[in-house]
Design a protein around this ligand. Structure first.
Ligand SMILES: *Cc1c(COP(=O)(O)O)cnc(C)c1O
Length: 341
C-alpha cells in the first residue's frame, strides 16, 4: 500500500563508487529530502564509502545526520547568518564546518567564536551568496580555523571563472577550494592549476546519476466502475464518459503532483504547459501515474495518501494490488518505502 522508491542496489552503488573514483576529494551532499532517499540513508551510504565529510543544506540537518550515526565532519552549505541561533550554536561544534558569505559575518564570527571552523564563500555567476571578487583582498581570518574557499557554480560549470576566482582567493589565503558542478576534466584541471586540495560537493549526480537503477511505483488500492455523468470524490465531479475510477497510493503527503515551476527556457516545456492548460480547462489534469501503458488524468485533485484516477473504456487494465509506474521528481517526493533490490 505504498509509494515506493525501488533501487537496483548493485547498479546504484556502482555509480556512487564510480563517481567517488572520478572526483577525488568528493563531499557527498545530503540535504532536504535526501534526494528521495532521506538524509539518514545518505549519511549511512557516505559512511559505507568511508567519506571523511558530508555536506548538509541547513544547520537543522546536522542533527539529522548525527542521529543516523554520522560521526565525522559536517559542512553546512547555507551561509551562517547572525539571526540563526541553530547555526550559531554549531560554531562551537568541533565536527561542524560553517560557511561564511559576507565580510560583516566574518567579522562577527571571528569576534564571537574565534576558533570556529569556517569556509569563506565567494560569489560566482550564480549570484546567490558569497563575497565578491573585489572583497577577497579584505578577507581577514583572525584566529578562525580556515577550512578553505567555497564556490558554487551553475550546473554548466565554468572552468575559466573557477580558475580566476579561486586563484585570487588562494593568493590571498592558501587553503582548500570547495566547488560544485564542474565536470571531471575541469575539476582535475582546476586542481592542477591551483596546486591546493580541491573538494567536489555533489548530490544529484552522485545519488541520482544512474537513473536506470531507480524506479518509482505506486500500488493500486481500488478499482470501481463509473459511467458518464456519475459523481465521485470530494468535489463530486461527474465522469465525462464511461470508465473506471482507479485509486492508487501516492498523494499530497508524498508530494505527488507537486512540481517546481519549469524554467520556461525551452519551447518544449512551454508546449507542455500549454497542453496542461488545455486539460485544466476541461477539469482534468494529467497525473504522473501510468495505468495500462498510459499516463491517466486525475479524477480529482490528489488526497493526502492516495489519488483517484480516471481510466476510460471497457476495461481498467489493472487490478487491486498491482504496482504501477509513477513519475516522481525525487527532490520533491517523500516515499513510504525504499526497496533495495
Ligand atoms: C545543493 C548544493 C550542491 C549539490 O548540488 P547537486 O546539483 O545536487 O550536486 C553543492 N553545493 C551547494 C552550495 C549546494 O547548495
Amino acid at each position: 500500500m505504498t509509494l515506493s522508491l525501488n533501487i537496483d542496489t548493485r547498479a546504484w552503488r556502482a555509480n556512487v563508487k564510480a563517481v567517488h573514483d572520478e572526483f577525488p576529494g568528493l563531499v557527498p551532499v545530503a540535504k532536504g529530502n535526501g534526494y528521495g532517499f532521506g538524509l539518514d540513508v545518505l549519511a549511512r551510504e557516505a559512511a559505507r564509502m568511508n567519506d571523511d565529510c558530508i555536506a548538509v543544506g541547513i544547520a537543522q540537518e546536522v542533527a539529522v545526520v548525527r542521529a543516523a550515526g554520522w560521526s565525522r565532519d559536517v559542512v553546512v552549505l547555507n551561509p551562517w547568518r547572525p539571526f540563526d541561533p541553530v547555526a550559531t550554536a554549531l560554531l562551537e561544534d568541533p565536527g561542524v564546518i560553517s560557511t561564511i558569505s559576507r565580510l560583516e559575518d566574518l567579522d562577527e564570527v571571528s569576534r564571537s567564536h574565534p576558533r570556529a571552523r569556517v569556509l569563506v564563500e565567494i560569489r560566482t555567476s550564480m549570484n546567490r551568496h558569497g563575497i565578491t571578487a573585489e572583497e577577497i583582498a579584505s578577507v581577514g581570518l583572525g584566529s578562525l580555523t580556515f577550512e578553505g574557499w567555497s564556490l558554487h557554480f551553475p550546473p554548466t560549470g565554468v572552468l575559466a571563472e573557477a580558475q580566476q576566482l579561486a586563484s585570487a582567493a588562494v593568493a590571498q589565503q592558501r587553503g582548500a577550494v570547495w566547488v560544485s558542478h564542474l565536470n571531471a576534466l575541469d575539476y582535475r584541471r582546476l586542481r592542477t592549476h591551483l596546486g591546493v586540495r580541491t573538494r567536489m560537493r555533489m548530490g544529484t549526480r552522485l545519488w541520482m546519476g544512474e537513473p536506470t537503477a531507480l524506479t518509482t511505483t505506486a500500488t493500486v488500492l481500488d478499482v470501481h466502475r463509473t459511467s458518464r455523468g456519475s459523481r465521485h470524490g470530494y468535489h463530486q465531479m461527474r465522469a465525462s464518459r464511461d470508465g473506471w475510477i482507479v485509486v492508487v497510493s501516492g498523494g499530497t503527503a508524498h508530494g505527488v503532483a507537486l512540481a517546481a515551476p519549469p524554467s520556461q527556457k525551452s519551447l518544449r516545456s512551454r508546449g507542455v504547459t500549454v497542453a496542461q492548460g488545455m486539460l485544466d480547462a476541461v477539469g482534468m489534469s494529467l497525473s504522473p501515474f501510468t495505468v495500462a501503458g498510459k499516463k491517466r488524468p486525475f479524477a480529482e485533485p490528489p488526497h493526502m495518501h492516495a489519488s483517484m484516477l480516471f481510466v476510460g473504456g471497457a476495461e481498467p487494465g489493472v487490478k487491486v494490488g498491482d504496482e504501477v509506474p509513477v513519475t516522481c521528481r525525487l527532490t520533491t517526493t517523500t516515499f513510504d518505502e525504499l526497496r533495495w533490490n
